[in-house]
Design a protein around this ligand. Structure first.
Ligand code: IPM
Ligand code: MG
Length: 364
């Protein structure tokens, strides 16, 4: 198969972890006889520096005609001026919107080898295997807003949702739940927020089409607690944009580190293989404090590339081979600093990528 992958390495540790994901994709191409072309484009702080905008038009054009987009991370203190008219994060939100990536899939799986890397007790963690589906192009991130500016008195963001926006993401989550353990939890704040009451009403309506699903509606504050107290009780969790952002950072702690969690953002734009043109990125940020040190964990980026193969190219065996290679490396007791614990061997970003590659090439 031929595929063109747009790479948005971004800022901070973004380029470091993306290099390792590319290394693994190239190894997959060699091993399985595919041709992957990487088209590097600018987005985020690096784009502000080079082009004066966080999301240049040529980046959007390249992404729209690609088969998939691989993203590192954006942002950093250099661009943190609250008065700046553009910010790296605007580029990320802009590309999500431009590609209509309304559903962000964030699987949270505990690799059993990492139980002791988690801050949470082992008996709570056993069996954790969640898929959080976060709505990605609506809510407070995109609703009408007012900036206060330096002297301003008031500011607001509007958590706005329409029926179709809720319907399509809930349907996608319900379909995903049907392919898993048929349990779906919808998270909202319907006791307070009008947008959440619409969310709940539309969700109830949509789920009438899924009589075999076991459905639960949970308030977001309670969900924050349940995720730490009994995370293994949940399977697919669907929520609006901001709640999903917060809950997935929390859920990443179940997996030991944010450095382990991949994500896929999907919408209704199809690529030339007639599969969703998705954007794949680790859920972690640009980690400016460790950027350039060669110690970042590349596994979230590598696992994101597995999701890319699965969802945008339909290459399930190839995706599974990457996941198996990651497991094999963890089994050997090799760790990056963020998931290291007594008795493990700590390696840097490049060595971790090399080890995954070696295992991948060795897997039959
Ligand atoms: C994420 C990040 C982004 C978000 C930021 C960087 C804009 O936190 O992907 O979770 O809030 O969506
Ligand atoms: Mg986030």
């Amino acid at each position: 198969m031929d595929a063109r992958i747009v790479v948005l390495a971004g800022d901070g540790i973004g380029p470091e972890v993306t290099d390792e994901a590319k290394k693994i994709l190239s190894a997959v191409a060699d091993k399985f006889g595919h041709t992957f072309t990487f088209d590097h484009q600018l987005m985020g702080g690096c784009a502000i520096d080079a082009k004066g905008t966080s999301l240049p038009d040529e980046t959007v054009d390249a992404a729209k005609s690609a088969d998939a987009v691989l993203l590192g991370a954006v942002g950093g203190p250099k661009w943190d001026n609250p008065n700046a008219s553009d910010r790296p994060e605007r580029g990320l939100l802009g590309i999500r919107k431009a590609l209509n990536l309304f559903a962000n899939l964030r699987p949270v799986k505990l690799h059993p080898q990492l139980v002791s890397a988690s801050a949470i007790k082992e008996e709570v963690l056993v069996g954790v295997d969640l898929l959080v589906v976060r709505e990605l192009t609506g809510g407070a991130y995109f609703g009408p807003r007012k900036e206060a500016g330096e002297e301003g008195y008031e500011a607001y963001d509007t958590m706005l949702y329409t029926r179709p926006e809720i319907e399509r993401v809930v349907r996608l989550a319900a379909d995903a739940a049907m392919g898993r353990s048929r349990r779906l939890t919808s998270v909202d704040k319907a006791n307070v927020l009008a947008s959440s009451r619409l969310w709940r009403r539309v969700t109830v309506e949509v789920l009438k089409d899924y009589p075999d699903l076991e459905v639960e509606h949970v308030l977001v504050d309670a969900m924050a607690m349940h995720l730490i107290r009994r995370p293994a009780d949940f399977d697919v969790v669907v929520s609006e944009n901001l709640f999903g952002d917060i809950l997935t950072d929390e859920a990443s702690m179940l997996a030991g580190s944010m450095g382990m969690l991949p994500s896929a953002s999907l919408g209704d734009v199809m690529n030339k293989h007639n599969l969703p043109l998705g954007l794949y990125e680790p859920i972690h940020g640009s980690a400016p404090d460790i950027a350039g040190k060669g110690i970042a964990n590349p596994l979230a980026a590598i696992l994101s590339s597995a999701m890319l193969l699965r969802h945008s190219l339909g290459l399930e065996s190839e995706a599974a081979a990457i996941e198996a290679a990651v497991d094999a490396v963890l089994n050997e007791g090799v760790r990056t600093g963020d998931i290291a614990h007594t008795g493990t061997e700590t390696v840097g970003t490049v060595v971790m990528g090399d080890l995954v590659k070696t295992h991948l090439l060795g897997i039959e």
